[in-house]
Design a protein around this ligand. Structure first.
Ligand code: PMP
Length: 407
């Protein structure tokens, strides 16, 4: 096996080379958003310098070039998720928009009073609130599968909550607050046995795990570009073709139609039916550059590197007096969520910044997870492909120093 090219990777991310408060930046906030490699920054700049125009139905050269690059980006996303067909890939602003689109389009046309949607107790607000909204609109009922003290989903309870009224299961592939990786393939098989469809929130998993929607068997899979080292304002979701074909459009406007008269509109084919208005063109092209960059390193190699980091960080966290990990699932990604006796997570975050260390402190848009663990917030160090064991050492050193000051 060749060594993981950490030096080359770090050199590819210009932002990492800077000092913050006189210290080398240690960026451990990747679960919120990841930094961008030169490949992405340069692609955006080159696209705007040479190829930019609005896309689709263009008769001029730039329009054709921009369209070709936008559609090539869709093919890159298809390969990234291993979807069967490019028509099953819809560009959106991000995971949040994808889930809202499915909730409003699929949900409003498929849910009746008394139908059930099953989520888990570890979901991000963006995989809770859109379902609450559609429940209010349709009379469907939201059910929540519980987790245990490690932050693992209770599989038997999950299965017991599946009934012949369950129409949809919406579950995160990896929790942003705990790091837990859910057995999505197994959950999907259970849901399908009850005739329910499955949406997977892949916001956290996509940057860290090789995703294969056909192997997972899920019906929808959503992710955000900015977490896979790509631009903000772009994401995509996979939807099984038959489902997408039967779903009504979510938003109306230009680009999503075939013909319009005042009496009647015919919608465009997939996936354009779901892409009303001028999309985030350059961002889609930038997302493709990010995916190609990630694939160049290889998700297997990235996952192995991050697995080593979280194992090491977990081991070393035990040295910090009063530190308690929140989220100790057996199968977890590179997220270290924790609280420390007598020091509020926000203070930890603020003081870590004095050491040049960027972590996040808060409820991580998962308030029910905070309630379950009876903490107001956690501090969260989340690792990416460019982080190192030395950075873990700096985090542990700084935490020990901060705790000394707090007595
Ligand atoms: N789900 C999970 C698990 C997340 O971590 C996030 C982002 N924090 C989202 C959904 C929402 O993603 P976005 O804000 O990019 O739409």
């Amino acid at each position: 096996m060749t060594a993981y090219p950490i030096d080359r990777i770090r050199a590819d991310f210009p932002i990492l080379g800077q000092q913050v408060r006189g210290k080398p930046l240690v960026y451990l906030d990747n679960a919120a958003s990841a930094q961008k490699p030169n490949a992405v920054i340069d692609t955006l700049a080159d696209f705007y310098r040479r190829d930019f125009a609005n896309i689709h139905r263009s008769v001029h050269t730039l329009g054709e070039r921009a369209t070709a690059r936008y559609e090539a980006a869709r093919e890159t996303v298809r390969q990234f998720l291993n979807a069967e067909a490019v028509e099953e890939i819809v560009f959106v602003r991000g995971t949040t928009e994808a889930i809202n689109l499915v909730a409003q389009s699929w949900g409003r046309s498929n849910l009746r009073e008394g139908d059930e949607i099953l989520i888990t107790a570890m979901e991000h607000h963006s995989n809770i609130v859109p379902w609450q909204l559609v429940c209010q609109q349709t009379g469907a009922v939201l059910k929540v599968a519980p987790i245990d003290a490690h932050g693992e989903l209770l599989l038997e309870a999950f299965e017991r909550l599946l009934t012949d009224r369950t129409r949809l299961v919406a579950v995160t592939h990896m929790s942003n607050a705990l790091g837990t990786i859910n057995p999505v393939k197994r959950l999907t098989a259970m849901a399908h046995a009850h005739g329910a469809k499955v949406l997977v929130d892949g916001a956290q998993a996509a940057p860290h795990l090789a995703v294969d929607v056909q192997a997972l068997g899920c019906d929808f899979y959503a992710f955000s570009g900015h977490k896979v080292y790509g631009p903000t304002g772009i994401g995509a979701f996979y939807g099984r073709r038959g489902l997408l074909e039967a779903m009504p459009p979510w938003q109306g406007g230009g680009e999503m139609i075939r013909t319009v008269t005042f009496e009647k509109t015919e919608y465009a084919d997939l996936p354009y039916k779901f892409e009303a208005g001028t999309p985030a063109i350059a961002e889609a092209v930038g997302l493709a550059a990010a995916i190609e960059y990630v694939q160049g390193i290889g998700l297997k190699a990235i996952a192995a590197h991050e697995h080593d980091l979280i194992r090491y960080a977990t081991e070393r966290a035990a040295e910090v007096p009063g530190l308690r990990l929140i989220g100790t699932a057996r199968h977890k990604g590179a997220i270290l969520s924790f609280v420390v006796d007598r020091v509020h997570p926000h203070d930890l975050g603020t003081f870590l910044d004095h050491y040049g260390i960027a972590v996040r402190a808060g409820h991580h848009c998962a308030m029910p997870v905070m309630d379950f663990f009876q903490v107001p917030a956690t501090a969260r160090a989340s690792f990416g492909m460019y982080n190192t064991r030395e950075e873990v050492d700096l985090l542990i050193y700084a935490l020990k120093e901060i705790i000394k000051v707090f007595g």
